[in-house]
Design a binder for this molecule. Structure first.
Ligand SMILES: C[S@@+](CC[C@H](N)C(=O)[O-])C[C@H]1O[C@@H](n2cnc3c(N)ncnc32)[C@H](O)[C@@H]1O
Ligand SMILES: [Zn+2]
Length: 169
């Protein structure tokens, strides 16, 4: 479910994105799971058209498709939204009217299901932020600077992934 002050508009980053209709203070929950989402297993996900697959995210083998607008949130390497819990997105700073809301896809995408060109090992970012990583990969969350930036705003599956890789490496 989208916060009432958030709406879908055309984005300079890519296609459609989420935008603030009004000032939204830091710490506001702007999207949350409300049970209306469509859920797919790996086989069901693979059968979806590419444009629909691009709107899903994965939580431990379950592919989740929002259908109320939240599915249009774009990625930015300097995001203003993060995970408050596995089921809620929160603003990381004050958001001005007409600002685009973004999160860092690498905070939740820890497998390569979303990467069409596997030879690249990632996908090319067009966020335009000064610290844009350019190539976004499912292993970005293993970088110390990434973990420092997103500390406290990662979903549990990514926290577990980091712990597992930190123990074995
Ligand atoms: C969840 S959708 C976001 C909505 C998308 N803008 C649309 O109109 O369908 C994810 C897709 O948006 C695009 N996208 C999102 N953020 C991007 C970025 N920073 N750079 C390039 N493409 C991006 C990619 O094609 C990605 O597969
Ligand atoms: Zn970027």
């Amino acid at each position: 479910m989208l916060h009432p002050d958030v709406e879908v508009r055309l984005s300079p980053i890519h296609g459609k994105g989420l935008f603030a209709r009004a000032f939204i203070p830091k710490g506001t929950v702007v999207w949350w799971i409300d049970g209306s989402e469509l859920l797919y297993d790996a086989e069901g996900y693979a059968r979806l058209p590419l444009e629909t697959r691009n709107l899903c995210y994965e939580n431990r083998g379950v592919y989740i498709l929002s259908i109320e607008g939240g599915e249009y949130i774009n990625h930015c390497c300097e995001p203003n939204v993060g995970w408050l819990t596995d089921e809620r997105f929160v603003t990381l700073r004050d958001i001005q009217p007409d600002e685009e809301l973004t999160y860092d896809y690498a905070t939740g995408d820890i497998s390569d299901y979303a990467i069409e060109d596997k030879t690249l090992g990632g996908w090319v970012c067009a966020c335009g932020a000064p610290s844009c990583r350019k190539l976004i990969t499912p292993h970005d969350c293993l970088k110390p600077e990434f973990q420092a930036r997103h500390a406290g705003f990662l979903p549990s599956w990514t926290v577990e992934f980091i712990q597992q890789h930190t123990k074995t490496e």
